[in-house]
Design a protein around this ligand. Structure first.
Ligand SMILES: [Zn+2]
Length: 239
């Protein structure tokens, strides 16, 4: 969001250095919120009914609302390093991503799950490097992308392909969640694999039939699958 360089709050405490973040919060409340207050009050009264679970990388350059033209109440969002989905292995613990998937599918009954990776992903690049020794959780987490790694020299091309392979891998893992599989099989839930090309502002969607990522300009739908039993069938309830 473009903003002119914070000139607004010359308050009484002018001696303290301006807290830019505080100014932004005030600007949101004073300038922006009045225009959308009704919308938020409706969302509070009626509750949230998002139809899309968006699983995206934590990368600051991905702005899901901009990308999808959505607004308040429309996306249920999980973000983590690499846009990874942990396997549904029956273990219960502090599994934030798994918990949010369960909530989105079982409680919110979303109709779509998007896994959105992107170009120049630090999480994917890190698969080819050694993380800092102190980052024990990061090191473990990155293993969720390990299968996508190519046994080649690290090049920009190899990184792009790894990013895409990782997205497909996460979609496959999603199918390991019983509540996801059930709803996909019933045609009530569609899976979408997106590779967002930051520099072009274009999403390449995974096409199950061709097994390729197609730019939205050429894609026939916003993505479905993949999951072994369905690869050769028509995509369920896509758009
Ligand atoms: Zn990333």
């Amino acid at each position: 969001m473009a903003d002119e360089h914070g000139q607004s709050g010359t308050g009484p405490e002018a001696t303290a250095p301006p807290d830019e973040l505080l100014q932004r919060l005030r600007r949101f409340h004073d300038d922006y919120f009045p225009g959308v207050a009704d919308q938020f009050q409706d969302l509070v009264r009626d509750g949230q009914h998002p139809t899309i679970l968006f699983i995206g990388c934590s990368d600051s350059r991905i702005v899901p609302y901009l990308l999808t033209g959505t607004g308040p109440g429309e996306l249920f969002i999980i973000r983590n390093v690499g846009a990874f989905v942990p396997p549904y292995d029956g273990s219960a613990g502090y599994h934030g991503t798994a918990a949010a998937i369960e909530f989105a599918v079982l409680n919110l009954k979303v109709a779509r799950i998007v896994v959105c990776g992107h170009t120049h992903c630090g999480g994917i690049r890190a698969l080819y490097e050694d993380p800092p020794a102190q980052a024990v959780n990061l090191k473990a987490w990155l293993e969720l992308g390990r299968e996508a790694v190519l046994p080649v020299q690290v090049t920009e091309e190899a990184l792009r392909r790894t990013e895409q392979r990782a997205i497909v891998l996460q979609l496959e893992r999603l199918m390991g969640y019983p509540m996801v599989r059930e709803r996909v099989e019933a045609g009530k839930l569609a899976l979408h694999g997106w590779h967002y090309v930051l520099e072009d502002g274009e999403v390449h969607v995974f096409d199950v039939k061709s097994g390729r990522f197609l730019p939205t300009a050429h894609a026939q739908h916003s993505g479905t699958g993949p999951y072994e039993p369905y690869v050769d069938q028509a995509p369920p309830a896509g758009a």
